[in-house]
Write a protein that binds this ligand. Structure first.
Ligand SMILES: Nc1ncnc2c1ncn2[C@@H]1O[C@H](COP(=O)(O)OP(=O)(O)OP(=O)(O)O)[C@@H](O)[C@H]1O
Length: 557
């Protein structure tokens, strides 16, 4: 609802104007029917003046309808475009924990389906409004024509609407279910595309995946959709029957009440005219309901509210924390005290607890972290990067305690290459400006210059081998020129020659430039490169216990 209100607020004057035009068209149409009625009944003379009036009303019906429709449909397209842009920004501003809980398929489904559904519903609003106005003014005219007949038809229509309302509620519930199935379908699409190699290898897997996951989910959607459409067909037929039934009833009631035939005929003519808006109203119901369901889905995601800015200031109004703040006073770059983080339990499996972690990182230090699979290394890394919010403890950056609202300051200091990095074609340097010469130099040093080129800050190709993609991800991190570099098992995919180059040339060079490097690594042959090696074990951090401890590092279950 808040979304609709914000849209109405944004297009403040255009929506009322377009709706007024729609109402103008509806009233003109009805006035034309009233004039024809009066001409037929002989209460108005048929002369050039009436002819002119009818022509003017016809022009008004056309002009108001066209202007109102085109204004509101263009607004509908604007709504879709704004919602796309804003929803992506809201996703970017939402915490990782929330995004993990929502899951990628639900987010893709919202971007691909919900936004379009809201736009389509929005496009129908003018029609809905024009038809509602037409019905309202039509019933006022009917009441003026004959109040007893109006009361009779209003009673019948009211009773029928009460029945139809239950069907509409049921239809909405079914559409909610269809929409929930869309998330599951999206997951199967992802499986078919991203799991294509695994599926191509195994015919049984292909068959079972297709039958149990794809076909079963699609079938559930089909059955539920068909069920929902049945309620719609019921409502449509009910409406058609209702209008014809009311007409027949009017004739019987009018005759029994002894009303003049001309009055009954006029009444029936107006009802005939009102049949069209009534049918259109019911006809747009599925689109309106789909928009309503889509809005409910977007709001249920509980994404961060939209904000236009990208760089939030510090609590004291400082736009950015200076990288070398307090460096002269010898303050450590980062201090973690009693940091605790929990991955919540899911599907009956127990969660994971990291901490309490105490860690001080000096400026320019090279720190390696070792530990078994699932021991919490990557989780710690994401806390050091300010990506995850610890449940307890404090983080100081250059001596300044970082509040939750200021975690973005931590992020601004850090470049990272995660274990499965996402590659963007565009390289971004400090302040959004790329130092092309530096990027070209790194491209050569990472031995990618024969494979990829950089033009206008863009990489010419990112479809490379796993190891080469990791080198591009490192390039992308290095050109950011940030004081802290976080690497999650970066060298794991590199060949032995390049691995040696990385540990024995590149890292010492970066260290000499004053970069602080925190790297998850299992290459104990190169641990001499680090100032310190720490060991992560079941969520706790301690100094490395030597090669033996690495070999004995247990996988955390
Ligand atoms: N997004 C998540 N949601 C829930 N639990 C998670 C999530 N990410 C990690 N975990 C759990 O947290 C624990 C630590 O994971 P983490 O990725 O930090 O380990 P790691 O030491 O980096 O492991 P590896 O060496 O295998 O990469 C694991 O048991 C994992 O199941």
């Amino acid at each position: 609802m808040s979304l609709v209100l914000s849209l109405l607020r944004r297009f403040r004057w255009r929506i009322p104007v377009a709706m007024l035009l729609g109402a103008g068209g509806a009233v003109s149409g009805l006035a034309l029917v009233a004039v024809i009625n009066a001409l037929v009944a002989g209460t108005l003379p048929f002369d050039t003046q009436r002819l002119g009036l009818m022509a003017a009303l016809l022009v008004a019906v056309f002009a108001c309808g066209f202007l109102s429709q085109s204004m509101l449909t263009s607004l509908g397209h604007r709504v879709v475009s704004d919602m796309r842009v804003e929803t992506v920004k809201r996703i970017m501003d939402t915490g990782l924990e929330r995004l993990d809980a929502i899951g990628a398929p639900a987010l893709y489904a919202t971007l691909a389906k919900d936004i379009v559904a809201v736009g389509q519903a929005f496009n129908r609003l003018p029609l809905l409004f024009a038809n509602a106005i037409m019905l309202l003014s039509g019933f006022c005219y009917l009441a003026w024509l004959s109040f007893p007949l109006f009361a009779f038809s209003a009673g019948l229509i009211g009773a029928a609407a009460a029945v139809a309302y239950r069907w509409v509620l049921r239809m909405r519930a079914l559409m909610m279910e269809v929409r929930a199935t869309d998330d599951r379908l999206m997951e199967t699409y992802r499986g078919a595309i991203e799991g294509r190699h695994e599926l191509a290898l195994n015919g049984w897997r292909r068959q079972i995946f297709h039958r149990e996951d794809v076909a079963r989910t699609a079938e559930h959607a089909r059955v539920t959709e068909t069920h929902a459409d049945r309620y719609w067909a019921l409502s449509l037929s009910w409406t058609s029957m209702l209008v014809l039934g009311v007409m027949a009833g009017i004739f019987v009631a009018g005759t029994m009440l002894g009303l003049p035939a001309a009055n009954i005929a006029a009444f029936v003519l107006v009802l005939m005219f009102l049949r069209m808006p009534l049918n259109e109203l019911v006809g747009t119901l599925p689109i309106l309901l789909a928009g309503n369901v889509a809005l409910a889905r977007v709001e249920a995601l509980r994404l961060e509210q939209y904000r236009a800015h990208f760089h939030a200031p510090l609590a004291d109004g400082t736009p950015k924390l200076p990288a070398d703040r307090a460096a002269s006073a010898g303050t450590p770059l980062m201090e973690l005290r009693g940091i605790v983080f929990e991955h919540p339990a899911a599907n009956g499996e127990k969660g994971f607890r990291l901490g309490p972690v105490d860690l001080t990182i000096e400026r320019g230090e090279t720190v390696f972290i070792v530990g078994g699979n699932g021991s919490g290394k990557s989780t710690l890394m994401s806390i050091l990067a300010g990506l995850r919010k610890p449940a307890g403890g404090s983080i100081r950056l250059s001596g300044r305690q970082i509040t939750d609202a200021e975690r973005h300051c931590l992020r601004e200091q850090v470049s990272a290459v995660f274990s499965s990095p996402f590659l963007f074609e565009r390289l971004v340097g400090p302040g959004g400006q790329l130092d092309e010469a530096l990027a070209q130099a790194f491209l050569r040093r990472l031995r990618l210059s024969g494979k990829v080129s950089i033009q206008d800050s863009r990489l010419s190709d990112i479809q490379l081998s796993q190891g080469q993609r990791k080198r591009l991800a490192l390039l992308s991190a290095l050109v950011e020129q940030r004081p802290v570099l976080l690497l999650d098992e970066w060298a794991a995919d590199q060949d032995p020659v390049f691995r040696r180059f990385f540990y024995e040339e590149l890292l010492p060079e970066l260290r000499a430039q004053g970069r602080t490097i925190i790297a998850i690594s299992h290459d104990d042959r190169f641990f001499h490169v680090a100032d310190r090696v720490l060991q992560c074990d079941a969520g706790t951090l301690s100094p490395w216990g030597g090669r033996e401890a690495v070999r004995n590092a247990q996988t955390v279950l």
